[in-house]
Design a binder for this molecule. Structure first.
Ligand code: KG4
Ligand code: ZN
Length: 343
């Protein structure tokens, strides 16, 4: 069985074809991606209307490319999956509309997928897929959550950010330092040359005892440091602030993840979402997990940020369990805000 997946929730158009049979982890046959980063860079962030228009331009050529590279024909597609939410309404509507139109033309069911479910299941496409149950740390531009994952489709929210997401903290701090968009990778590159101890930054809610996060205060502290240095700020200062910011975010993410593992007794953790690509986070997470003999799983680096493969995969895993939200009436509504625990 083949599932074509379409991702269009934010600034990446992703399409992929995934194949599955029985209960084996699904296999990625081909994927294609167009990132809008260059287009949005001039504005310092994502411009929703431009994002939607670009998804319209890209999605069909990307789908054709995927089918060509997989050596598959339209008749091979059993289901068409799309990101139903959360994300930008206009951007989501493009993927949903195209997916439902294609599914209707093929006479096959369409499946709306939760974007974060795609992220947290993405390690199932790696050579070392996790086993259920596991803890998932979801760290993206819009979300920071700890979940207990019993099985595909069975999610319990353990804690989440009460204000900014971890990726947002990276992006906003990078902007304050005059680094480009998206800020996460730019700040991480700058941090390589910095000394994280040169500036003291807060680690909000580190000792709160619960599994919630807060990153808004960190951004304010970065702003204060940048303003204090004013026009005297040199490249080394910037690198030091970048390193200190990254370290503060990583410390909180790792500490809360260890607490979630301890509280639940789970012995595995999956790190997913764009911030999961951060090398410092991986290094510290690996070290802390090794100490406790916890298995840690990551998606392939290319599947950390948004992509179509994770959407096709999530739909395939739901189909394997008979819990996919497959519809053949081709009516769709997107859900810009959608808690994963209710998906
Ligand atoms: O999952 P994702 O591609 O999109 C959302 O669903 O939000 O995550 C994007 C976020 C952005 O905030 C970006 O700055 C961050 O992930 N990011 C990183 C790195 N690569 C991407 N943050 C820190 N270090 C990185 N290497
Ligand atoms: Zn994402």
């Amino acid at each position: 069985m083949n599932v074509l997946g379409i991702e269009s929730s934010c600034d990446e158009t992703g399409v992929a074809l995934v194949e599955f049979s029985g209960r084996e982890p699904p296999r990625l046959r081909a994927q294609a991606l167009h990132s809008q980063i260059e287009m949005h860079q001039a504005f310092g962030g994502v411009v929703p209307e431009l994002a939607s228009r670009d998804h319209i331009r890209r999605v069909v050529p990307l789908a054709e490319q995927v089918m060509r590279e997989a050596g598959a024909s339209l008749a091979d597609i059993g289901h068409v999956a799309y990101t139903r939410g959360p994300g930008l309404a206009g951007a989501l509507l493009v993927g949903a509309g195209v997916a439902c139109a294609l599914a209707a033309a093929l006479g096959k069911p369409a499946i709306g997928v939760h974007h974060l479910e795609g992220h947290l299941l993405s390690p199932f496409l790696s050579d070392d897929p996790p086993e259920f149950p596991f803890i998932a740390l979801l760290v993206s531009g819009g979300h920071t959550q700890l979940m207990r994952v019993e099985d595909a489709g069975r999610y319990e929210l353990l804690g989440e950010t009460i204000d900014d997401a971890a990726g947002e903290a990276f992006d906003k701090s990078a902007k304050l330092l005059g680094l480009g968009y998206p800020g996460g990778p730019a700040l991480a590159r700058m941090a390589e040359f910095g000394d994280a101890r040169a500036f003291e930054l807060p680690r909000p809610l580190l000792h709160s005892g619960n599994l919630d996060f807060s990153f808004a205060g960190l951004k304010t502290a970065v702003r204060t440091q940048v303003m204090r240095l004013g026009s005297n700020v040199c490249e080394q200062d910037k690198a030091n602030i970048a390193a200190a910011t990254q370290q503060a975010i990583v410390d909180v993410l790792v500490r809360k993840s260890m607490q979630a593992l301890r509280d639940t007794g789970c012995r595995r953790i999956v790190i997913a979402g764009g911030v999961g690509a951060n090398a410092r986070l991986r290094e510290q997470m690996n070290a802390e997990c090794a100490k406790r003999q916890i298995r840690v799983h990551y998606p392939a680096l290319a599947l950390c940020t948004d992509n179509g493969a994770m959407i096709a995969l999530a739909a395939a895993m739901r189909l394997q369990r008979g819990s996919a939200d497959a519809s053949s009436d081709y009516a769709f509504n997107v859900l810009p805000r959608w808690p994963l625990a209710t998906a």
